[in-house]
Design a protein around this ligand. Structure first.
Ligand code: C2O
Ligand code: CU
Length: 767
């Protein structure tokens, strides 16, 4: 069995080789299924794998119109952001058509609806269409006079008319469907409302390549296998699935197609670890976050400590800064300098990083780059000077996958010097968004020697807003609230909304956008911040929700995922000063525009440096590797939720290597070592490699400086804001303008904690 499966060469696999691997792990997938099923399943998986490889390496003599139109090897993926439309037989000449899918304009690098569907602006480029009259007449004998484009679903219902089409370039408009089909037909009149004429072109969205892997239904059985399914609607299962290896497995989200072989995976290559204590009763209960207002020159004592907390009825030992989750909300004025005397009272070495602050390099908190880690019991003094107004945060920078996830994260609010910096609101709320991974009432352990969940990062299944599973606020009718949102989760990108309450985006990582803008939802990747104004016009209860498109990878389907994160109760009839007027006015932030004007002349400079984001693996279990090859036929721009928990759980940084590469030198990781001149700007092109073994979005964070996201997939950003973290969607290319304002040795890395642990980091020097 082993021999057969390992020696069967996948057809057309010249571009990607299947690494050989040791036998023991391989045998572990074969348990339970009868022999006939095993042979069948491997045949299917291999066939699927070959499909994946074909999709990844479009070869052949004539490049398709998407490949030919591509602006280069490291621009937008032609495979994910371009569709080839083909003509059915019998059109009698060469017609060539492609549709380019661009993210619609948005304050975020990926545009989505409130439900989490990606919003594309579609452009059709077509040549070779004959004069429609040459195609004859319809059934009623009326001659065709024009062409019309239609949007439909893979089941061809319903169909929507898009645009009249001719040879050349036609804007088809906006599309926000998870899977779709585009058609062009010859019609008797341009204004037909239903397609009735002859079909001349058709094409399927890249996402339709995600289809059910054959036979999966059979392998899984008719729902008869208990895989510790999560009965709580995706909010965590009640089964404790313990292996004999001491690991508690993550629960399966409900309704996801699952292979029994995956449930039999051996434990990750790491010992299971959670904080413990000889005398748990002596550990203090967690306290809610406190506001600490500091003046220029003040000192704060900050400790990383053990705390006890209850979650889902279980009692857990976790971490907190000064006994609080989130850590104290430190509030200072712009341009102040404070001293933070930090003491490490947990069992790991650690450091404190001041995320987003253009801080003095010696206080940046990066182990082995700016300081040695603070040993348990040790201390370190940070000098925190805050040059920019806005919302920032602090967290450990050593085994962040564990320490941050267990509660070590807090906000640093920098109050602006300008009185008119923000528009008027009734109140402010500072909200930390997080999730934590539980199985029943227990925490799922972490890998001790190295991070597990190394493929997609550790997705939690219990959402925490300011540390609370049931976050609630009360507001009055008509109240306008300024929310400062920070995503501190290990890997989850949120798509947040307030039950349809009108919302405008005001600021991001480092201060304000050039102008305020309406938005249906806030897309927030790990480490990013958003400042939004929300008005609650009607009394009642509104949910705070994360609405995304989940992916059932094996089932080949998208599904709407709605996570309730909290509740806003809007009280009736209380009289507040009315701010409806200022709320509905979108402000221009002239001081931001003027600040950006200083570098606007550099926007068109050539690309100075490139960075490639990719991944390599060696030694993943056979079944995982095969399934991931099936899955690589399509990657979504954003992997919103953890729908492959077993494969992910099993993978550690020993098998998975996430890579930052400088394509100009071929150097990777810490070897990239750019030397950049202080006072200059540099254009950095970042490309997220779609052809990686597994591709996923990466929130790329750059320490110590600030940058602008100039363009995404070649489309210029129309409303700029200074950033320290950028969400780079799968297969996408973003151009950054990095301002070099702060000397020192600085890190850049993916802010998915497990990707950071699995090698996705680098450093550069500014002098
Ligand atoms: Cu918030 Cu290097 O990290
Ligand atoms: Cu990453």
């Amino acid at each position: 069995m082993n021999r057969e499966s390992r020696s069967a060469p996948p057809a057309g696999s010249d571009a990607l080789s299947f690494a050989d691997r040791p036998g023991p792990r391989l045998s572990s997938i074969m348990i339970r299924a009868p022999a006939s099923v095993r042979v069948l399943s491997l045949a299917i998986l291999l066939a699927g794998g070959a499909e994946g490889v074909r999709a990844q390496s479009p070869t052949g003599s004539t490049p398709d119109p998407c490949t030919r139109a591509s602006a280069g090897p490291r621009t937008a993926s032609t495979d994910l952001y371009c569709m080839v439309l083909t003509a059915p037989l019998g059109l009698g000449r060469d017609v060539e058509a492609r549709v380019d899918l661009r993210f619609a304009a948005s304050p975020f690098t990926v545009a989505v609806t409130a439900d989490g569907n990606v919003r594309y602006d579609a452009t059709l480029t077509v040549r070779g269409l004959p004069d429609p009259g040459e195609l004859g007449t319809d059934d009623a004998g009326r001659p065709y006079t024009t062409y019309v484009a239609w949007l439909t679903t893979p089941t061809f219902y319903p169909e929507t008319r898009l645009q009249e089409v001719r040879n050349g370039v036609v804007e088809l408009g906006r599309i926000a469907l998870d899977k779709f089909v585009l058609l062009v037909s010859a019609e008797v009149a341009p204004d037909v409302v239903e397609r009735s004429g002859r079909l001349v072109l058709r094409g399927q969205s890249p996402s339709t390549r995600m289809y059910p892997a054959d036979m999966m239904e059979y392998l899984v059985g008719a729902g008869g296998i208990d895989v510790g399914a999560d009965p709580g609607g995706g909010m965590g299962g009640m089964h404790h699935v313990h292996g004999g290896d001491g690991w508690l497995r993550p629960p399966m989200p409900e309704g996801i197609t699952m292979l029994p072989a995956l449930m039999e995976l051996e434990a990750p290559e790491a010992a299971p670890w959670l904080p413990g204590a000889a005398d748990p009763e002596s550990i203090p209960w967690v306290r809610p976050r406190e506001l600490v207002e500091l003046a220029d020159g003040d000192t704060l004592a900050l400790e990383a400590t053990y705390v006890r907390r209850r979650l889902r009825g279980g009692t857990h030992i976790v971490y907190g800064f000064n006994g609080q989750i989130p850590g104290p909300l430190i509030q200072v004025h712009e341009a102040a300098t404070i001293t933070v005397r930090f003491t490490n009272r947990i069992d790991w070495p650690t450091t404190v990083h001041w995320h987003g602050i253009r801080i003095d390099n010696a206080s940046d908190g990066v182990p082995h780059l700016t300081q040695e880690p603070v040993a348990p019991g040790g201390s370190f003094t940070y000098t925190v000077h805050v040059p920019d107004a806005g919302i920032y945060w602090y967290h450990p920078h050593h085994r962040e996958d564990i320490q941050k996830d267990l509660g070590l994260a807090g906000n640093l609010m920098v109050r602006p010097a300008r009185a008119d910096y923000y528009g008027p609101v009734h109140r402010e709320e500072v909200v930390v968004l997080d999730d934590i991974l539980m199985n029943g009432d227990a925490l799922v352990p972490f890998g001790r020697e190295r991070a597990n969940d190394a493929l997609m990062g550790r997705f939690g299944n219990l959402f925490l807003l300011n540390g609370e599973p049931e976050y609630r606020i009360e507001v009055e009718q008509g109240e306008v609230v300024r929310f400062f949102l920070t995503n501190v989760s290990n890997t989850r990108t949120f798509n947040l909304s307030f039950g349809g309450a009108p919302m405008k985006i005001v600021g991001s990582d480092i201060g304000l956008y050039e102008r305020e803008a309406w938005t249906e939802s806030v897309v927030l990747a790990p480490a990013e911040r958003a400042i939004v104004h929300v008005r609650f016009p009607a009394a009642g209860e509104l949910p705070i929700e994360n609405r995304v498109t989940g992916m059932d990878h094996l089932g080949g389907r998208f599904f709407p995922e709605v996570d309730r994160l909290g509740t806003v109760t809007v009280r009736h009839d209380v009289k507040l000063p009315d701010l409806a007027g200022p709320f509905t006015t979108l402000r221009e932030h002239l001081f931001v525009q003027e600040d950006i004007d200083r570098v606007r002349g550099e926007f068109d400079r050539p690309v100075d440096h490139e960075l490639l984001l990719t991944m390599e693996q060696e030694g993943l279990p056979f079944v995982v590797e095969r399934l991931m090859r099936v899955d690589s036929a399509y990657f979504h721009p954003v992997e919103w939720s953890g729908t492959m928990p077993m494969m992910n759980w099993n993978a550690t940084s020993a098998e998975v290597r996430w890579v930052l590469r400088d394509p100009a030198t071929g150097r990777e990781g810490m070897d990239i070592a750019w030397e950049l001149p202080l006072g200059a700007v540099r254009k950095i092109r970042v490309h997220n490699e779609r052809r990686a073994f597994h591709a996923m979005q990466h929130p790329l964070h750059i320490h110590g400086q600030r940058f602008l996201v100039l363009s995404v997939n070649g489309v210029p950003t129309d409303n700029l804001v200074w950033k320290d973290t950028v969400l780079v969607p799968v297969g996408a290319t973003v151009d950054l303008l990095l301002e070099l304002s702060n000397p020192g040795a600085w890190m850049m890395h993916c802010h998915i904690s497990e990707h950071l642990e699995a090698g996705m980091h680098s450093a550069f020097t500014v002098r």
